[in-house]
Design a binder for this molecule. Structure first.
Ligand SMILES: *[C@@H]1O[C@H](CO)[C@@H](O)[C@H](O)[C@H]1NC(C)=O
Length: 408
């Protein structure tokens, strides 16, 4: 990241400078208008099986807007992306064990599922020449549009810019998401500026939503980074549990900038067979719970560093059976691998950071909340320059007389 910065700096500044701190950001020529600065920050979380939306208002109020289940084509796309774009393999059919299963009959055979009359289906499928493949971008933009429409009703205004968070799935990249946004005339808050992250992964968003890693002076990119210069780096175990899958990652977030510097998970693990629905529908759920415990345990043991923090997200994390199994999995880990105190704090979903949140948040919306906070912070700063003090006064004036005067 430092390298990227220096590189970007070299590319963007006219005056050559030789050390990082010698290079002040340019002074902005214009101020952000008050209505942009004060606008509600909107965040969407695109999980592999549903999307959520949250709004962070300028007065600090945060609202969970909506959770929208993915349509079958959305689930199929996400499964394909999660599996690296390759066709779904027989042993990996977890996600289709949902209520959408029946709608998949044609598609299933196309993807090579074990089906009683598989050959027959394939033949039929070829005869029918499956209707033109709905473009992946269109599938994502349909989900985004549904989130957009409901969110606009919540904020009582049009939405033109949004921060999107996703699990760290390589093939679900920012190019794809930004193209989907383009179809809706929506601007992204990621990948829009060389100084800020290209993407926002769920683990980072949840970390921020829980009040961690947030710099106080986010209006100043450099100062923001300095605030965390001497802080020890945590190693976070992130567990997202939904009706369709278990996603876990280990990440070493470093606070700074508007939120965080890094936008990827160091290690990750995703299992479509370990979603809550699949477990509960199984003939022998105990077997799958045991597998879940084993996966989390083995995953945590393989971390290079001792795990110091723990974050939960997803629609099914409050399931008592899940919590019991998770506790068991982590209790089996010894002190060298995990800090013993982390479990109770994380299970409550509460924050212990610098900006404590009063009541536990709904973990279904945790990542969307982090994205909304990111949008809020980003819309108060300009990409490649620092606003002078006068801007604050100008905006105050603008708010009081509703008059627009942007030039200094
Ligand atoms: C903050 O603003 C929102 C939207 O204008 C409003 O609904 C909410 O009640 C406000 N919260 C507080 C604490 O004033």
């Amino acid at each position: 990241m430092w390298l990227t910065r220096i590189f970007a700096l070299a590319a963007f500044s006219i005056v050559p400078c030789y050390a990082f701190y010698d290079c002040p950001r340019a002074r902005c020529e214009t101020c952000l208008p008050a209505n942009t600065y004060d606008a509600p920050g909107v965040g969407f979380d695109l999980t592999p099986s549903y999307g959520t939306s949250a709004v962070h208002y300028s007065n600090g109020t945060v609202v969970d807007v909506i959770q929208i289940p993915g349509k079958p084509e959305y689930l199929e796309l996400m499964t394909r992306l999660a599996k690296g774009g390759k066709p779904v393999l027989i042993e990996d059919q977890g996600i289709f064990q949902s209520s959408y299963f029946k709608l998949f009959s044609l598609l299933d055979s196309f993807l090579g599922f074990p089906f009683p009359a598989r050959a027959g289906w394939r033949w039929l499928n070829e005869m029918l020449k499956r209707p033109v493949e709905v473009d992946d971008i269109t599938i994502i933009s349909e989900m985004l549009r549904d989130l957009q429409l409901t969110t606009e009703k919540q904020i009582l205004q049009g939405l033109n810019r949004v921060a999107i968070t996703t699990p760290d799935i390589q093939t679900l990249n920012s190019e794809m998401i930004n193209s989907a946004l383009q179809e809706l005339d929506l601007q992204p808050w990621t990948g829009d500026c060389p100084w800020y992250p290209r993407r926002l992964v769920e683990a980072d968003a949840v970390y921020a939503a829980s009040g961690h890693g947030l710099c106080k002076n986010y209006h100043d990119l450099w100062q923001c980074t300095d605030e965390f210069e001497w802080a020890s780096s945590p190693t976070i175990l992130f567990v997202s549990f939904t009706r369709q899958l278990l996603y876990t990652s280990i990440t070493t977030p470093i606070g700074g900038e508007a939120l965080l510097r890094f936008a990827y998970d160091d290690m990750k693990f995703l299992d479509f067979e370990l979603g809550l629905d699949r477990i509960l529908e199984a003939d022998n759920p105990d077997l799958l719970w045991a597998r879940l415990r084993e996966q989390i345990k083995r995953f945590s043991l393989s971390s290079e560093f001792r795990i110091t923090g723990f974050l939960l997200a997803g629609e099914s994390t409050t399931d008592p059976l899940f919590l019991t199994n998770l506790k068991d999995a982590l209790a089996g880990l010894s002190e060298p691998h995990i800090e013993s105190k982390i479990v109770p704090f994380a299970l409550m979903g509460s924050a212990q950071g610098e900006n404590p949140i009063e009541k536990p948040m709904d973990l279904t919306f945790a990542a969307a909340r982090g994205a909304a906070l990111y949008a809020r912070r980003r819309q108060e700063v300009q990409c490649d320059c620092s606003e002078p003090e006068e801007c604050t006064l100008l905006r105050q004036k603008e708010r009081s007389d509703g008059q627009v005067k942007l030039d200094l």
